[in-house]
Design a protein around this ligand. Structure first.
Ligand code: ASP
Length: 418
């Protein structure tokens, strides 16, 4: 048995120590060929961090398939799957829209881009957005093995649900397949626990490498933008998610945050909702008390489509770029930003830095120059870490709310002491 309290403490220590040591190394401004950089930071620590992320990622596809097929087979009737899906998707969209609105409002008060004064580039050519029709058709995989090989999460989700429903309807053979899948689920969960025991070291390696190589000088130039995004992330995290957990799930938000904290450390150090997915799912089921039937569906779906942190960055960035280029956004423009940032965050893959790419969609929608993205790239690495932690927290909060409303929640698990 893992000592959870000690593990959480060690992960946070690993994160803090990595951040500190990395920052010190960065402050030393060593020459690029310095052996400490070549063999240490960009050698051993980089290898350690990358191996850790790879070992988390390797679990994502088998975990989502097995866990969701199990969950769907236990939810047996189609109507409860539909209800869980509708509630989760509805809440994901609403919270993301709240996140962007909060970002736009605060950015308009702080005015992070005023005084930067840049002229819009003339060679701005909007790219064509993918047709909605294709997006919908592509949700159903033509070849599930290919979907798994590509890591196409929505297609894997659809396939797993179909298999789960068929298992539930299949009588005796279905029961045998379900028993096998349940056994596999146990095995994969055990593998996640095994990996978690080395997480403090993995997180430490990631943080040392990141912070040793991170340029802080740009943060000083963009301090107002940086602080606005960070502030809105914290606000949304504390206000919106606490309200969800308190009023919709009738649970104590402090207990929720305490139990969920280690997952945020993973998200922060990997900057990837996808890589964090195995840990999120394990935590939501075994520490927060959401039953597998709901967690196995809502968490992978959330890691794919629910990105409140990303939407917040996009909201603030839009205002920042408009102000920097002295372009006014109308009220209708702001409504478009809320809509497109919500959709863009759905289309943002849960991997590092993609939020900045989908920001182009939002900017184009309101006629802002896409070149503006270049202004904020310098500080995006650190913001990406922070927004990913918010992204995964939103998934967990909504999974908890949905589970509670469906009677698929075990409060004793949440209240259990470590
Ligand atoms: N890194 C984010 C995530 O994985 C996505 C992004 O905003 O770039 O959740």
């Amino acid at each position: 048995m893992i000592d959870r309290a000690a593990l959480t403490r060690n992960i946070l220590i690993g994160m803090g120590a990595g951040l500190l040591i990395g920052s010190v190394v960065h402050a030393l401004s060593l020459a690029a060929d310095n052996p400490l950089l070549v063999y240490g930071i960009n050698g051993i620590f980089d290898i350690g961090g990358k191996v850790f992320i790879a070992s988390l990622k390797l679990l994502v596809v088998p975990l989502v398939f097995v866990s969701l097929a199990c969950g769907a087979s236990n939810l047996s009737d189609g109507s409860s799957i539909g209800r869980v899906g509708a509630k989760a998707i509805g809440l994901y969209l609403i919270t993301t829209a709240i996140a962007v609105t909060l970002a736009l409002t605060i950015a308009n008060v702080v005015n992070p881009g005023i005084g930067i004064n840049l002229a819009a580039g003339s060679e701005f050519i909007p790219k064509e957005a993918p047709a909605l029709k294709d997006v919908i058709i592509n949700i159903v995989p033509t070849n599930p093995i290919d979907a798994m090989a590509q890591g196409n999460m929505l297609q894997i989700i659809v396939f797993a649900i179909l298999i789960g429903v068929a298992i539930a309807k299949c009588g005796e053979p279905g029961l045998r397949v379900r028993a096998t899948l349940n056994n596999w689920n146990e095995v994969i969960m055990r593998l996640i626990m095994m990996l978690m025991s080395v997480a403090p070291l993995g997180v430490f390696c990631l943080m040392v490498t990141l912070f040793a190589n991170m340029g802080f000088s740009t943060i000083a130039d963009l301090l107002k933008y940086f602080l606005t995004v960070a502030g809105v992330l914290v606000l949304h995290f504390l206000l919106t998610y606490s309200a969800l957990v308190r009023f919709l799930a009738n649970l104590n938000p402090v207990t929720f945050y305490k139990k969920f904290a280690p997952v945020m450390a993973y998200a922060f150090s990997t900057s990837s909702s996808n890589a964090t997915l195995p840990v999120t799912l394990e935590n939501v089921e075994h520490r927060l008390g959401v039953k597998n039937e709901v967690a196995a569906f809502t968490i992978p779906l959330g890691a794919t489509i629910n990105m409140d942190g990303t939407a917040i960055m996009q909201g603030v960035a839009t205002v920042f770029i408009a102000q920097a280029f002295n372009i006014d956004i109308s009220m209708t423009g702001y409504l478009m930003v809320v809509m497109t940032a919500t959709l863009a965050s759905i289309g943002t893959a849960g991997v590092p830095g993609v939020g900045l790419i989908t920001l182009a969609l939002v900017l184009q929608q309101v006629g802002l120059p896409v070149e503006g993205i270049a202004l904020i790239i310098g500080v995006d690495r650190l913001l990406d870490m922070m927004r990913t932690a918010v992204n995964v927290s939103g998934d967990a909060a909504i999974s908890t709310v949905v589970a509670k409303s469906e009677g698929k929640f075990d409060q004793t698990v949440l209240e259990q002491r470590d």
